[in-house]
Structure formats: C-alpha cells, structure tokens
Ligand binder design. Structure first.
Ligand code: MLT
Length: 403
C-alpha cells in the first residue's frame, strides 16, 4: 500500500499566513462593512515601477515575433540577468561573486524552502527564534526536525536561538553542534539586524565548526545604517561557509511577478561535495528557468533608473515604518525594528498573548497584523506590523491604535 510522507502530519495547523487569511475572511464574512486595514503579511502595495513596466512590455512584444521569441529559459538563469546581479548587487559592494555563482529562480520563498533538499535527513538545523516559518516547515516536511511538541511549541530536533528584547535580538552562538544555521538579516519578523562585527562572529563560528549558513537577505534594500552588511559575502571567509538567498519582491514589488536568486560560491564544499554543483543539478532537473519576460524585468531593476526607483519605493515604505514606530512609541508601546527593515515588532500590552492581541486588533480596531508566536516560541508576547501598506492606511491604522 502506498505510504505518504508522514512528516506532513506532524506539522501544526496550516502555513501561518494561510491561517491568518482564513481568520480575517471569517471575520469579514460576519462583519461585511468592517473597513479592515491589512498590515499582516508582508505583501507590497506600490505598483511596479516605470523601468520594470517598460521592460515587461518590450519583452512581451519580443515574444510575439518569431525572430525574438524565447522558449525554455536557461535553467540557471539568463546571462544578462546574472551579469547585472553580479555587478550591481555584489561587485559594486566589493563582494567577489561571479555571474555563474548566481542561480535565478521564481522567488526567495521557493529557494529557502527547497535548499534543504541538499542535506541529509539527520543534518542538525538551527534557527533564530522567532523565524520565517518556511525554514522550519520545509525541514519538518523532510523529517529533519523530529516531532512537534505542542506543549512547548518546539520541534524536538531543532535548535532554537532565541532573539528577544532581553538579548537585544542578537542570537547567541549555538551551544550544541549544528550543521545548518538559517540567518535572515535584516530580520523577518523582528525587523532588527546584526552589525557587521556581530555577523563576522557567525562566519568565524561556521568556519570553525563546519556549519553552513543559509543567509536570507530578502530585506537588504531596507538597510539604512552603515555598519550593517547588505550581503554576507562582505565578510571575509563567508564564501567558504555561506550561501545567500535574495528576492525581487520586497525591493521591486515582484510579490505577484515572482523572481529571486540564490548565490552559491563555487568553493563552498560540505561532505566533500560542491554545493554549487548539487544546486545546479537540482535546478536542472526540477526547474525550467524563470520566464524570459520576468528576467528582463529583473534586469531593469538593476538599470540606473531602476535602482533609483527602488530607492524611492523603499523610501515610501520606510516612511510608513517611521509612522508606525513613532505612533506606537507615542501610544506607550515597546517597539523594535523598523530602522533597517520594513517590519515593526512590538510587545503586546498588558501581557496579552500574541493571538489575543491579534483578535483584539482585528475586532476592536479592524487592523490585521501578525501574531509573534506564529513565528516561534520566543515570539510569544510580541506582534508584527508591516510597513508595506499604503501611507494613507498606515496613518489611519495608527490613528485607530492611538485612540
Ligand atoms: C511575510 O509576511 O513574512 C512575508 O511576506 C512572507 C513571504 O515573503 O513569503
């Protein structure tokens, strides 16, 4: 008889943001006139920018002519895009990354969920806690995390590295031996980040112990402080211990367009095998390349005009972040993040649980946010608001909260 992958049965509930969407839909169904402001999932609201739209139109027209039509894309990405990324995202920051170390994909979520396929079932994983749920769920699906203990809200074979106000959201190096460490910086969900010197400690630790760092830099465009790395490859020694995942969603508004990439240095080896070769093999087998039209749009993001537009978009969302931060501080909340990231992380008032605060905000203020406990046990008692809403809605939401 066919047996299914029982690891799926161990997953608690559904994916965090699907759970929230269902709750909000149920509330809206019962309260049809409720004017709900959504500051929950980190989905963007600004439209695609003129450079991107022009590239999309041009590439679409090319597809209509047999002389310029494109069929299957190269599975690892078009050279024009890999060149643009290597030059503009890495070499311009002094990072020694070659175009053929860049694997173009349909988004950072796919890459961060799929990358764990390269590692054995008994690899020991560590995550910062709270954490983007994709890292945990995808490893749990592969049976790497043991069982979920609902009493503690923890997986039995997962190492949690708490990031709370008590340690200023700076995780301690693991006390036990781990093989894979996920770092998302600037961080989703806390909106905080590490300084260069702090990140260097992680690179040194990984090189000392043989651990691999999976570095998610989806929010690097939001960095405003100088002593923060945009890429882990700014740190000496990172090519030997880290791979990096990036997205076009949060900087260029591609959440509905889908494009991302993973950088794997050719010298990154584990267990005697080059991870670059493994990922190339996996991509070649399971992925037929991101669409030509979308890769042209991605190339436009790195044009001079495109980069300027990204800055404007980021500026728009960071103005929202300031409205949220300052509004919450005025209202007496303890607030974190929102300086190098589009997320604001707050302590729930009166020791409310994260979900109680979610219900309170939804029903009393008609505002949707994300309960911190949905990101892991150390998120309990915290709550996330996103700066990706419209400016007008962000102002309205804060007015409602302050009342
Ligand atoms: C989030 O809200 O955490 C993100 O939008 C989710 C994602 O990027 O997949």
């Amino acid at each position: 008889m066919l047996k299914v992958n029982r690891n799926y049965q161990k997953l608690p509930g559904s994916y965090l943001f699907s759970d929230i969407a269902k709750k909000v839909a149920a509330y809206q169904e019962k309260n049809k006139d409720a004017d709900i402001i959504r500051l929950g999932i980190g989905d963007v609201t600004r439209p695609l920018t003129p450079s991107v739209i022009a590239a999309l139109h041009k590439a679409t027209d090319e597809m209509a002519d047999e002389k310029t039509f494109h069929g299957y894309a190269p599975d690892l990405g078009y050279d024009f895009l890999r060149q643009a990324i290597a030059e503009k995202a890495y070499r311009s920051r002094g990072c020694d990354i070659a175009p053929d170390e860049i694997f173009v994909s349909d988004g950072a979520k796919s890459d961060s969920g799929n990358i764990q396929e390269l590692f054995s079932e008994d690899a020991k994983v560590a995550v910062t806690d709270p954490v983007y749920p994709v890292y945990v769920d995808s490893n749990a699906m592969s049976g790497r995390l043991g069982d979920f203990d609902s009493a503690t809200g923890k997986w039995t074979r997962l190492t949690y590295l708490p990031c709370t106000a008590e340690n200023s959201f700076v995780p301690e190096l693991p006390k036990e031996e781990v093989d894979i460490i996920y770092l998302c910086l600037p961080n989703n969900p806390t909106g905080t980040t590490l300084k260069k010197t702090e990140l260097k400690e992680w690179v040194d630790y990984a090189n000392r112990t043989g651990a691999l760092i999976i570095y998610d830099a989806a929010y690097e465009a939001y960095i405003s402080e100088d002593d923060v790395c945009h890429s882990i490859f700014e740190i000496e020694g990172a090519r030997e211990c880290a791979l990096e995942i990036r997205s076009f969603s949060k900087n260029a508004g591609f959440t509905g367009v889908r494009l991302g990439y993973t950088v794997i240095p050719k010298d990154l080896t584990r267990d005697g095998v080059k991870l670059h070769q493994m990922w190339a093999r996996r991509h070649g087998t399971k992925f037929n390349g991101a669409p030509y039209i979308i890769q042209r749009a991605g190339e436009a993001v790195y044009s001079d005009a495109g980069l300027k537009e990204v800055q404007e978009t980021v500026g728009y969302y960071m103005k929202n972040a300031t409205v949220i931060r300052e509004g919450l501080l005025d209202a007496g909340y303890s607030v974190y993040g929102g300086v190098n990231a589009p997320y604001i992380w707050l302590k729930t008032p009166d020791k409310m649980t994260s979900w109680d605060f979610f219900d309170y905000l939804l029903t009393e203020k008609n505002i949707v946010g994300t309960p911190g406990s949905g990101f892991g046990p150390s998120g309990e008692g915290y709550f996330r608001l996103t700066a990706f809403g419209t400016y007008e809605n962000t102002l309205r939401a804060l007015e409602r909260i302050k009342k």
